[in-house]
Design a protein around this ligand. Structure first.
Ligand code: NAI
Ligand code: MG
Length: 360
């Protein structure tokens, strides 16, 4: 039967870019003889207006029962005054938790046609194609105990960075699978020179790598301290293929890596769970309320998220290749949404298009 894709357009430019992604997927699926069914559900501010909650029970249940989830973006001025637990953004955190999405995949891939959008020198970033695999539900953001306390008459705030072996093993295995679908060069990033939690991380990754026979599968594993990695991302980013790291290091490094590519509107991401369970595929950017409803948004981050869903979620790599090639091809022909007009090599002949035209 058809595989079910739960679509969550959300707020702001969300519905505009979701329309484009669904059209692209329908077109490519038809050409490839793949059967997909799309079912739309409410999330974020849109869901607050309809049901009072940013993640209605109906939406969560539908996502759990689906094959994969495509999410556009949530949030907007209208809901900015709500308390933090009632805000649209809470819907996204609840959805990730509800689907047990413990792995965040953030690619930083430079489209050669957009070389001048990057703050780094073209010769440094040419060919950059990095996938960061970040642990998403553990580490210092969730560790207990946490809080405030009085410390000898002084005030202190504290958090706990903790990882269990089982948590490291499951994220490491996601990274091994990703590396197998790429160049096979894996770098695990930690701070093992200072932190016990990082020493456990490093040893656990090495043991799992060995136990799974990854070397025989053509993978290589090396380790890097997080401070060195931050530096190397600026000075020599093209050395990286897959970076595996914990929650807080991954948060920082993935934002850093994303600016290498220069264009927020182009970046996809995924939050995935164990094999066979649905993952969430979404662009990195937000709901861009400043340009919502004007058919101006760049839909390519959303479209490339759909391609990631094909590759890593649906196991349809041909569909992913077709979509990614189509993105390269429209850029090579000079078509740009407004946000990309400054990002091309000098002298390139550009045509500015709307969101829906880019989709066509
Ligand atoms: P944003 O990513 O929505 O916008 C930042 C700037 O980039 C804006 O000038 C916007 O017009 C532009 N931009 C973003 N995506 C674009 C696209 N596809 N095409 C063209 N231009 C684009 O971040 P901001 O302004 O900080 O947040 C706006 C709202 O989005 C807030 O309510 C925020 O909480 C929410 N948000 C939601 C996220 C999500 O759904 N995962 C992630 C980040 C923010
Ligand atoms: Mg971040």
């Amino acid at each position: 039967g058809a595989r079910v894709i739960a679509t969550l357009p959300g707020d702001g430019i969300g519905p505009e870019i979701m329309n484009v992604a669904v059209k692209v997927l329908e077109t490519v699926a038809e050409g490839e003889g793949v059967s997909l069914r799309f079912e739309e559900h409410a999330i974020g501010g849109d869901a607050i207006d309809k049901t009072g909650k940013p993640l209605p029970e109906e939406t969560l249940e539908a996502c759990k029962a689906s094959d994969q989830v495509l999410l556009a973006a949530i949030g907007g001025y209208k809901w900015d005054n709500l308390s933090s637990k009632d805000r649209p953004e809470g819907g996204l955190l609840q959805l990730r938790a509800g689907l047990d999405c413990f792995a965040n995949l953030r690619p930083a891939t430079l489209q050669d046609e957009l070389l001048e959008g990057s703050p780094l020198k073209p010769e440094v970033i040419k060919g950059v194609d990095i996938m960061i695999v970040r642990e998403l539900v553990g580490g210092i953001y969730f560790g207990e105990p946490r809080g405030f306390k009085d410390a000898d008459g002084d005030r202190a705030g504290y958090n706990t960075m903790v990882y269990k072996k089982s948590e490291v093993e499951r994220i490491a295995r996601v990274a091994f699978e990703i590396a197998k679908a790429r160049k096979g060069n894996l770098v695990s990033v930690d701070k093992a020179n200072v932190l016990e939690v990082s020493q456990l991380w490093r040893q656990t990754v090495a043991d799992a790598f060995e136990a799974d026979g990854c070397e025989a599968d053509g993978l290589s594993l090396s380790n890097m301290y997080v401070d060195n990695c931050a530096m190397q991302l600026c000075t020599n980013p093209s050395q990286f293929d897959v970076i595996l790291t914990g929650n807080i290091f991954g948060d920082i490094l993935s934002d850093q890596a994303s600016v290498i590519t220069g264009s927020l509107g182009m970046l996809p991401s995924a939050s995935v769970s164990s094999p066979g369970k649905p993952g969430i595929y979404e662009p990195v950017h937000g709901s861009a309320p400043d340009i919502a409803g004007q058919d101006k948004a760049n839909p390519l981050g959303m479209v490339l998220s759909a391609a990631m869903m094909c590759r890593y979620g649906l196991n349809e790599p041909e569909m992913a290749d077709i979509i990614e090639d189509a993105v390269k091809s429209v850029l090579a022909k000079g078509y740009r949404t407004g946000d990309l007009m400054g990002a091309s090599p000098a002298g390139a002949e550009l045509t500015q298009v709307s969101c829906s035209q880019m989709g066509e």
